[in-house]
Design a protein around this ligand. Structure first.
Ligand code: KIV
Ligand code: ZN
Length: 527
């Protein structure tokens, strides 16, 4: 590790720039809840609002300043007297308050938005910083659209605002236009050309219009920037801002590339804070979002799952616990392998022999072709039917059912016997389930009386598995059967075949294992 590490200031603007995301506005109580979470997360500065814009923003900055006392609380202001006064007044409650003044400096903004010459801009920035210094020693200045500002002019502005008393100068890529190596040049140029740059902290504020906000911020840190402006989940104007969780974890994970800096973020709070902000703003986090997306530590491919189970670092560069996830998840789906299934079954408490695992894996693959994700309940149900069933005299080969409002329900079945021979037959019935049961009876020669038929969803969602249980009477035996499938007709067939197998097992054992009550009842009815 090279020399002493410098503090990398994490400036969170979720409550100001983030709140400017379309549809992300928050009420006072919600802003306070987010501010408290940011405090726990360990951010250094919370930009709590833009006090001149509305009484709500004013109150938010004031309340957060009073209630959240560890981090510096910041209020935004244009280089305009009334904005600066509003920010100064709102921040009176704060133990540590910062006024953040900004004015656009790029040619395009000067010409079309401000109608001002460069010299007028410089004068306004100096006046703005000096006015803010009347309220606090902690003044930050941002030349808006800095990344598109002529580098010489930008250097002149930066020098002027530091002389006027700004202790932090932020270089925004307001429209997310720059590229990592261009931003690198711009920041490096400022460190080279601005004589008094050592008197201020250089910050960056990158927007994500080209998806480069994190990359651009990282390249600026390598050039000496020591404050990163960012938001939880990367929310913010248009495509958003640099995402706090991504930039922090990039620096932590690749500390080999950033040996000179360290930040105070409690990374285990990243996931809970992300969930909170998503819940409060209503802005969903995409599943595959880096660090905090639901898939960030989920592995489905069999090869990856096998690798992870052998050695986590084969496919994970961060530990899920370090960002607040409980653990990596091996999502069981059609790409999963035997190793992952065996591991999950072990976690669920099943002790499987190798042939049992083979049998279960086959059924699992069939199910996974129909269902995107296999949940624990699916596996339990599968294991129970597959592993606890009685001797398989018959098993389902295939099933075809035709039914409708104006046709006679007909079921065509193929059953496979214990020797592996397939028999095929069809039957009509009062309904599709009845047709299936009759076809099973024709094929097996086992006639049973159906006494109970129950169906229920084993798991949630559209692709839920259906479980069918049948209660049947065969001779003097009262028996049950159970079948599971995403198709309820198939589940019905499996349940009836299961009951048939139990009936044949009873018959071949030659003894009834009836419960006394059931046996008595059975005798009465057959009289
Ligand atoms: O994007 C931007 O330039 C800003 C400034 C106010 C810093 O949000
Ligand atoms: Zn911004």
């Amino acid at each position: 590790m090279a020399g002493k590490q410098e503090r990398l200031v994490i400036f969170d603007t979720t409550l100001r720039d983030g709140e400017q995301s379309p549809g992300a506005s928050m009420n006072l109580a919600q802003k306070l809840e987010v501010a408290r979470a940011l405090d726990l997360l360990g951010v250094d500065v919370i930009e709590a609002g833009f006090p001149i814009t509305s009484p709500d923003d004013f109150e938010a900055v004031q309340t957060i300043g009073r209630e959240v006392t560890r981090p510096t609380i910041c209020g935004l202001a244009r280089c305009v007297e009334k904005d600066i006064v509003a920010a100064g007044q709102a921040l009176k409650t704060a133990r540590r308050g910062r006024i953040h003044v900004f004015l656009a400096t790029s040619a395009i903004h000067r010409k079309f938005k401000l109608h001002k010459a460069q010299s007028e801009i410089v004068k306004m920035t100096i006046a703005g910083v000096k006015a803010a210094r009347q309220w606090t020693d902690d003044v930050q200045f941002s030349p808006e659209d800095a990344a598109r500002t002529e580098p010489d002019f930008l250097a002149e502005v930066v020098e002027a605002v530091i002389d006027a008393g700004a202790s932090t100068v932020n270089i925004p890529d307001t429209v997310g236009y720059t590229l990592p190596w261009r931003f690198d040049e711009l920041i490096g140029g400022l460190f080279r050309d601005v004589g008094n740059i050592g008197k201020a902290v250089i910050a960056i504020h990158c927007h994500n219009d080209l998806g480069l906000a994190v990359a651009n911020s990282l390249s600026a840190v390598r050039q000496g920037a020591r404050q990163i402006e960012c938001t939880i989940n990367g929310i913010g104007e248009r495509a958003g801002n640099c995402s706090l969780e991504e930039v922090v974890m990039a620096i932590k994970t690749r500390c080999d590339e950033f040996p000179n800096v360290s930040c105070g973020i409690a990374t285990r709070r990243l996931y809970p804070t992300s969930r909170l902000v998503s819940r409060i703003t209503g802005l969903a986090v995409q599943r595959n979002k880096a660090i905090v997306g639901e898939n960030a530590f989920a592995h489905e491919a069999g090869i990856h799952q096998d690798g992870i189970l052998k050695e986590r670092t084969t496919y994970e560069i961060m530990r899920p616990e370090d960002v607040g996830f409980k653990q990596s998840s091996l999502v069981l789906g059609k790409h999963s392998g035997r190793h992952a299934l065996a591991e999950r079954m072990k976690q669920l408490g099943f002790k499987l022999t190798a042939p049992q695992l083979d049998q279960l894996f086959e059924r699992f693959k069939v199910l996974a072709d129909r269902k995107k994700e296999i949940f624990d309940e699916d596996l339990e149900a599968l294991a129970e039917t597959e592993l606890s069933s009685s001797h398989e005299f018959w098993r389902l080969g295939s099933l075809h059912v035709s039914s409708g409002t104006s046709s006679i329900p007909t079921a065509t079945l193929e059953l496979v016997n214990e020797k592996g021979e397939t028999s095929r037959d069809a039957s009509t019935g009062d309904g599709p389930v009845d047709a299936i049961f009759r076809a099973v009876e024709r094929l097996t020669g086992v006639t049973m009386r159906l006494e109970d038929y129950q169906i229920r969803a084993v798991t949630g969602g559209k692709e839920a598995q259906g479980e069918v249980r049948v209660g049947v009477r065969y001779r003097s035996f009262v028996l049950s059967g159970r079948g599971i499938s995403t198709d309820v007709l198939e589940a019905s067939a499996r349940a009836y075949i299961d009951a048939t197998n139990r009936a044949l097992a009873r018959q071949s054992r030659g003894k009834a294992a009836r419960k006394p009550a059931a046996a008595k009842a059975a005798r009465k009815k057959t009289k």
